[in-house]
Ligand binder design. Structure first.
Ligand code: ATP
Ligand code: MG
Length: 342
């Protein structure tokens, strides 16, 4: 079976963008592929963060995976830092990653600009190398991510090809290895609809955990009244009716797309249902749909959080399964790069 890996950072709250762009799609994938879904805690420290909150957010994110329908009997669910191979392989890969490749990353440029350039930690720049390690360790075929990650995934492919060329094949065989490729070159799996959920307060920037205003996103755990308020206050426009494809109306497109995805309707259905609505009516309809969709997830989340022993056992089991595969890849890379083995 093909292998699939993906993860979400335990920074702040998991929001509708993470859900629609990533987690929701994982649920279907776990039946088709061998899946590894992790909480990428090592990525969460690339910007200033609150240390006492990190472990809580990590548990909470794991519970959200389960509440959204990720099933630990089908998928391996684990915490990135519990599998040491992620950091080790990252170092090995960094030696083959030109700084120029990293300097081109849009996310680095955006996040470092927002954080005030000079004070940004080196890890924000090298983040995509850790992401490459996350993916390559598992010999992944497919990586389901939101559209914001396409550039990082392309970089992962470039790094894997470069390392395969530098150290794989006959050179590896000479060192006693199996020969052939060290890594599978992975493909991105971008969801067709809603690949990019936009901010509620600005239809041109993506919904993001790291955006300062909580009003810009719907968090999966937002209570009813908060959802009502956020949708009430979200940005709209003053044109009549509602439409998907008018480039002048990014907010309109975004909210209709969100509505379409969480109701599971076809685009045409949504068009005929909503095209003549005014914003007030549509906002009420969207609010109800969001609450209906999120409420069962929230109920399951509370159940899971009330049983910490269960969550611990899921994460322990997941880390065990992941480590086996990750360690095998890591050992091959050490061997191919010429290290003296213990
Ligand atoms: P940050 O702002 O801290 O980077 P984030 O909101 O981008 O946080 P991540 O943990 O970096 O969240 O991303 C987890 C997954 O969610 C990735 O697969 C990413 O592509 C996807 N994702 C994030 N934001 C969106 C969005 N607005 N629309 C669709 N997918 C998204
Ligand atoms: Mg992100």
């Amino acid at each position: 079976r093909k292998r699939v890996v993906s993860g979400v950072q335990p920074t702040g709250m998991v929001h509708l963008g993470n859900y629609i762009g990533a987690i929701k799609n994982w649920v279907a994938l776990q039946d088709l592929y061998e899946t590894f879904f992790f909480i990428v805690d090592l990525h969460a420290i690339t910007l200033p963060y609150d240390a006492p909150e990190l472990s809580k957010a990590t548990r909470s994110t794991a519970a959200i995976y389960l509440a959204c329908g990720i099933d630990s009997s089908k998928a391996s669910i684990f915490v990135q830092s519990h599998v040491r191979a992620h950091i080790e392989l990252m170092w090995l890969l960094s030696s083959s990653t030109p700084i120029g490749w990293l300097n081109k990353m849009i996310q680095f440029k955006e996040k470092s600009r927002k954080a005030g350039n000079e004070n940004v930690g080196v890890a924000l720049l090298t983040y995509p190398v850790l992401m490459a390690s996350d993916i390559l360790l598992y010999q992944s075929d497919l990586v389901p991510v939101g559209e914001d990650q396409t550039q990082h995934l392309e970089l992962t492919r470039e790094i894997s090809e470069r390392v395969n060329n530098l150290y794989g094949g006959r050179k590896w065989k000479k060192l006693g290895g199996r020969g052939g490729s060290l890594f599978k070159v992975p493909e991105a799996l971008i969801p067709p609809a809603g690949a990019r959920v936009m901010s509620l307060t600005d239809g041109l920037s993506k919904m993001s955990k790291s955006a300062p205003s909580d009003l810009s996103r719907i968090n999966l755990l937002d209570p009813k009244d908060v959802i009502v308020n956020k949708i009430k206050r979200c940005k709209t426009d003053s044109l009549p009716g509602l439409e998907f494809d008018n480039p002048e109306r990014p907010e309109c497109k975004n909210l209709l797309s969100v509505y379409q995805i969480i109701t599971g309707k076809m685009k045409e259905e949504v068009v005929s249902e909503c095209q003549d609505m005014n914003w007030g009516t549509f906002k009420a309809t969207l609010t109800d749909a969001l609450i209906d969709h999120l409420q069962p997830i929230q109920v399951r989340y509370e159940e899971i959080m009330s049983d910490p022993g269960y969550l611990d056992s899921v994460l322990l089991d997941g880390a065990g399964k992941a480590s086996e595969i990750a360690d095998a890849t890591l050992n091959n890379v050490y061997q191919a790069m010429g290290f003296l083995r213990r």
